[in-house]
Design a protein around this ligand. Structure first.
Ligand code: GLP
Length: 248
């Protein structure tokens, strides 16, 4: 079998400059398929996209029935209304998602691993994920697939890495960040028809270099996007600064 096409890498001047491109990906997915499932990612990386998406809903340029929303991961024990959780973050950043959740047009990742098989079945029944947005952790994680996670894994419960918990600490203060999360696995992510991974800022430069450097390996979970064949990687200049430099 021929090797899958490497991701297209697009470098934009700033994170904000990526927003029109990301909205374009969303519109293209809606044009390709009736009511596609769109998988969003949480985190600061996508804050400008969610603000812009809220404005698109408000202007009527995108409708609440144009797609079904879902996302990658949730902290264990954080149902949708609980602050600090991923669904809570998504509906806060983009309030129309709350209406979609109430109308059954938003499939939240459950906060309890016993409910993961039903979630996977629901996504499959909806036709699978058409477009999956992805971020990257500074340790190379994608969703909450920490280094060492086998690429063959579907949705699962996982223990969070130390750097992941440290990065998440501010959202849980004064409490400790959770130790476990439920996440789409690499196999779940690779099943989406289109992947768009974004990384902005110098804190991501090493992870981006590892992702695009040597052969895809579980030491850098995000490197699995190179096995997909229909992936776009969007970087700002700072995040792209170390590409091509040998690791270590
Ligand atoms: C979290 C999420 C990832 C996200 C990553 C980067 O841990 N599980 O899906 O991509 O962190 O977050 P940020 O965009 O805030 O850097």
């Amino acid at each position: 079998m021929p090797a899958p096409a490497e991701p297209i890498v697009q470098i934009v001047p700033t994170a904000e400059a990526a927003t029109p491109l990301l909205l374009g990906e969303l519109r293209a997915a809606i044009a390709r398929r009736t009511r596609p499932v769109i998988g969003f990612a949480t985190g600061a990386t996508f804050a400008p996209l969610f603000a812009a998406l809220a404005a698109e809903f408000a202007a009527g340029r995108i409708g609440r029935t144009d797609f079904v929303a879902t996302h990658l991961d949730e902290y264990e024990g954080f149902p949708p209304a609980r602050a600090g959780g991923m669904v809570h973050e998504l509906v806060t950043r983009c309030p129309p998602f709350a209406d979609m959740l109430a109308a059954g047009a938003f499939a939240p990742v459950p906060a309890d691993d016993r409910l993961l098989p039903a979630h996977e079945e629901r996504i499959a029944r909806l036709g699978g994920v058409e477009l999956q947005f992805l971020g990257i952790g500074r340790n190379g994680h994608v969703a909450f697939n920490e280094p060492g996670t086998p690429f063959e894994t579907g949705f699962h419960r996982t223990a969070l890495a130390t750097t992941t918990r440290e990065d998440a600490r501010p959202r849980f203060l004064p409490d400790e960040p959770p130790r476990h999360a439920l996440t789409a696995g690499i196999a779940s992510i690779l099943a989406a028809r289109r992947l768009v991974l974004c990384a902005f800022g110098k804190g991501k430069a090493a992870a981006v270099a590892a992702m695009l450097g040597a052969r895809p390996a579980t030491s850098c979970p995000a490197s699995a996007v190179r096995l997909h064949g229909n992936a776009l990687v969007v970087l700002d200049r700072a995040a792209s600064a170390s590409i091509g430099q040998a690791a270590e």
